[in-house]
Ligand binder design. Structure first.
Ligand SMILES: Cc1cc2nc3c(=O)[nH]c(=O)nc-3n(C[C@H](O)[C@H](O)[C@H](O)COP(=O)(O)OP(=O)(O)OC[C@H]3O[C@@H](n4cnc5c(N)ncnc54)[C@H](O)[C@@H]3O)c2cc1C
Length: 476
């Protein structure tokens, strides 16, 4: 099957499912302009999948905005540096159960069934190409180069979004519901330990989430701090681009070997996580954080095959100093090491207080620490700072005043991890999470208009049956 034939197949499949049809949501008028039923912030796979999920619910008065140029949403072609995705290739996600929308369909349409057999994992750039195709074949309403700066709740229960960027059609947009599909750092920010940010000049280090000039690292000695998959991706990338040495430093005495995500993918832990009690959710995610994700075998294999690759276990950085010659000296319990450049792969901090777009409402957002007191053996302040969300990804309020302000705001990003499990945070969860999010939004829209919806129902008097009885027979 060619790509052209697949595009037709998608249309046919959707028509078999009676996709589309008239919206059921009532339009809302506002003196300041058009009111969208839903604005989705972020045009990565979560945002695109959510848009499709809402269209399936017959909610089409929606808009997706993304700060990046078209085709460069998410990490895939910006700062991700692995050769392939980490996810098993056969896992389905934003296709939402429609076979012709899967990555496999799209891949086989171009390279045939043997081409599918030939790949072990999905090449990173091809995943981005698949997302571009998905957006295009579904005709999703996305505008690029539009950044959300601030959410301002209005008196009428509508949210005014302050936006900017080359693609912004105006300074503000109005929406009844807002989904923050803002990605892995969208619930907080990337983390650089202050020991580094305060003591090292900016040109001597970068976080893995930043653009790094690897050309400038040719022939140089690089250190990578962190033991997760990205640390090894970056070490491998630096060596591939010509760095002579890449040293990865881990606090742990041994490499992490267990990936809890693989267990969750086959045990029901992803699809049914939201029905667990708070105590179970907290304990499960505390365990998840303890393990972290190890690098994939192929990533580790690629990095470690270079003669310039070095692994330092039991080597937390105790101190970092910049020398007058423009190098960085790292002190560990195993000794001091000198490098030309430091790459920091120390993960994220999640807390609504770190998000500028939530600054008017964050003080009302309930956190896990407000709702659940964890026993000492699983307590982790990082978990406590996560928002305590509804099973449908809605922010909940700490206080009476915040209820109205937060109504209609949904967090479909990494910060949903403790409340809703693997959902927006990895491909493995999206197949289950997106329909739940779309249905929660649809239910809230329906209930917001409950009174009018019921009046319409009771007043309905359209005649359907036109038969007559007793039958009038002709006298002729
Ligand atoms: C290096 C790396 C490798 C990864 N590899 C895998 C993997 O192999 N498998 C896997 O399942 N997961 C992986 N992940 C996790 C990955 O982030 C998610 O699976 C995926 O990107 C989540 O999609 P998303 O749409 O939620 O977020 P993203 O893809 O990050 O998309 C969010 C979008 O929102 C935009 N945005 C954010 N804030 C605003 C704003 N205020 N205004 C406008 N736009 C905004 C962002 O720029 C971005 O384009 C990886 C993550 C990283 C960082």
């Amino acid at each position: 099957m060619s790509l052209e034939a697949l595009n037709k197949r998608v249309k046919t499949d959707l028509s078999y499912l009676a996709f589309g049809g008239p919206d059921w949501v009532r339009p809302v008028d506002h003196p300041n302009g058009h009111v969208y039923d839903v604005i989705i912030v972020g045009g990565g796979q979560s945002g695109l999948g959510t848009a499709f999920g809402l269209l399936r619910e017959r909610i089409s008065n929606i808009l997706v905005i993304d700060e990046n140029k078209e085709g460069l949403e998410g990490p895939w072609e910006t700062y991700a540096r692995m050769v392939t995705l980490r996810t098993p290739k056969q896992l389905t996600s934003i296709d939402q159960g429609i076979p012709s929308l899967t990555f496999r369909s799209w891949w086989e349409a171009q390279v045939g069934a043997e081409g599918w057999e030939a790949i072990d994992k999905i090449p990173r750039g091809d995943w981005m190409n698949y997302l571009r195709w998905y957006r295009q074949v579904l005709g999703l309403p996305v505008i690029n180069e539009v950044k959300l700066k601030l959410i301002e709740p209005t008196e009428e229960g509508i949210h005014r979004l302050h936006i900017e960027g080359a693609g912004a059609p105006s300074k503000t947009l109005l929406a009844r519901k807002v989904v923050l599909a803002t990605g892995i750092q969208g619930g907080g920010e990337w983390h650089v330990p202050t020991m580094i940010s305060e003591k090292c000049p900016r040109h001597l280090y970068a976080h893995t989430s930043e653009a790094i000039d690897f050309e400038a690292l040719k022939g140089k000695k690089v250190a990578v701090l962190g033991g997760g998959a990205s640390a090894f991706d970056n070490a491998n990338f630096a060596l591939t681009e010509g760095a002579t040495e890449a040293h990865v430093f881990l606090r742990r005495k041994e490499m992490p070997r267990i990936n809890p995500i693989r267990q969750m993918e086959s045990s029901g832990m992803i699809e049914h996580f939201h029905v667990l009690s708070d105590a179970d959710k907290y304990a499960a995610m505390s365990h998840f954080f303890k393990h972290n994700q190890p690098p994939t075998n192929d990533t580790f294999g690629r990095a470690s095959q270079w003669p310039g690759f070095h692994l330092h276990l039991a080597s937390p950085w105790l101190d970092v100093e910049a020398t007058s010659e423009g190098a960085a000296v790292v002190t560990t319990p195993q000794g001091k090491f000198t490098f030309d450049f430091l790459i920091i792969s120390t993960g994220l901090l999640t807390d609504p207080a770190l998000r500028p777009e939530l600054s008017l409402v964050e003080s009302h957002i309930a956190r896990w620490g407000d709702r659940y007191r964890a026993p000492e053996e699983v307590f982790n302040p990082v978990l406590d700072a996560h928002p305590y969300l509804s099973p449908g990804f809605a922010f909940l309020s700490r206080d009476e005043e915040g209820k109205k302000l937060l109504h209609g705001l949904f967090a479909f990003n990494y910060s949903a991890l403790i409340s809703c499990g693997l959902s927006a945070s990895a491909l493995s969860g999206m197949r289950f999470a997106i329909p739940r999010l779309a249905s929660a939004i649809a239910e809230e829209l329906f209930l917001d208009d409950r009174e009018k919806n019921l009046i319409d129902y009771f007043d309905y008097d359209e005649v359907e049956f036109v038969g007559e009885w007793p039958k009038v027979t002709s006298k002729l």
